[in-house]
Design a protein around this ligand. Structure first.
Ligand code: BYC
Length: 324
């Protein structure tokens, strides 16, 4: 008991300094003392975010070989490659908190850590590629632009570059859909069908409603999250409705309408039981996504072994050189 008390009183000035840094809207850096809860929450969120980027390569990656032109193939290639890069910056940010990347990957492939629900839905047509860019990257922008002001320095800085690339991703999706909408009736139908399938899952990306979001209170007090799940969801709807009108598609929500008094759109309630099912492994593609990630990781074992052996050889050579 005495030790705990001593430890607590030794931590009090550190806690005070941490609280004051957060209150002044300054950044916490890896060298700074931070409460265990803050560190744990960041590792949880950053790891889930990194896993989402890496798993998120799959639904679109499936279409690289089937893209209808060289231009579309090059765009999709670049986008999927960006997502790999985002995953890598984010794993690096998690490492600054003491997490081990190999351990995080293990947790993902053993189903012990989450990734975004949205990547557990199938991509049935090329219009899905456009809608993912428009909705999924649009939602990512709404969610991630405020994360550029997150209180943890390495996470906030990683977000700046990620958001720039997400803007390109969103634009390419919208431009693809515009092109399809100017095409044949069958192409317009493909776009509307993709919009119908992706709208509600995209709203679910923002997480459960505020009343059922156990992590929000602490994350917002620590200024990791700057806005609540519902607030960001509302922003996404307000941003997307005029874009849908311009495109000429109908968003599949009979309750969607402008509320003059509130200055925002009213909209229907997503099926929260579906979100819980998908988060907990029971979405249309959960098994397939994790299995594919596991086999890619296993197939890459020889690359990791070769890189480790090469690094050991280089280090031995450097030691020998230094000793000579
Ligand atoms: N899917 O208390 P809550 C991308 C979990 S990748 C799965 O509200 P929090 C892209 C939540 O983790 C975009 N799980 O949590 C990539 C928590 O579980 P635990 C990914 C979800 O953290 C490739 C529990 O439910 N974006 O853009 O305060 C191609 C309770 O939730 C989901 C990010 O990762 C979900 N939808 O808020 C294209 C952004 N929602 O950990 C595009 C960073 C909730 O307690 N993350 N859960 O077991 C965040 O902003 C926040 O973590 C969330 C959730 C808003 C997602």
């Amino acid at each position: 008991m005495t030790t705990t008390h001593a430890a607590h009183s030794a931590e009090a000035p550190l806690q005070e300094h941490f609280d004051a840094t957060i209150a002044r809207d300054q950044r916490i850096e890896p060298r700074d003392w931070m409460p265990d809860g803050y560190r744990g929450t960041l590792v949880r969120q950053i790891a889930q975010h990194a896993h989402s980027e890496i798993i998120g390569m799959q639904p679109e990656g499936e279409w690289i070989s089937r893209a209808p032109s060289l231009r579309r193939k090059a765009i999709l290639f670049a986008k999927v490659q960006d997502e790999a890069g985002h995953g890598l910056y984010l794993y690096s940010a998690a490492e600054t908190l003491g997490a081990d990347r190999a351990d995080l990957t293990r947790r993902l492939i053993e189903g012990r850590q989450k990734y975004s629900s949205i990547f557990n839905y199938p991509t049935g047509s090329f219009a899905d590629i456009g809608v993912i860019g428009w909705f999924v990257d649009g939602a990512a922008i709404c969610n991630q632009v405020p994360l550029c002001r997150s209180s943890y320095g390495p996470y906030a800085r990683a977000m700046v570059r990620i958001c720039k690339e997400e803007s390109f991703h969103q634009r390419q999706g919208y431009e693809l859909l515009m092109t399809m909408m100017r095409g044949t009736a069958a192409q317009r139908e493909m776009v509307q069908d993709a919009v119908d399938r992706w709208w509600w899952p995209s709203l679910m990306m923002f997480g459960p409603p505020d009343g059922d979001s156990p992590n929000s209170a602490a994350s917002m007090a620590w200024k990791i999250k700057r806005h609540s799940n519902d607030e960001l969801r509302r922003r996404f709807v307000d941003m997307t409705v005029p874009q849908a009108e311009k495109l000429g598609v109908t968003l599949p929500d009979p309750e969607l309408r402008w509320n003059e008094e509130r200055g925002h759109h009213d909209f229907g309630t997503p099926d929260w039981s579906e979100l819980q099912r998908v988060i907990h492994g029971d979405g249309p593609c959960n098994t397939e996504r994790v299995e594919r990630r596991r086999s890619a990781h296993e197939d890459g074992a020889w690359v990791r072994e070769a890189a480790t052996a090469h690094a050991a050889k280089q280090a031995a050579r450097a030691r020998k050189g230094a000793a000579a």
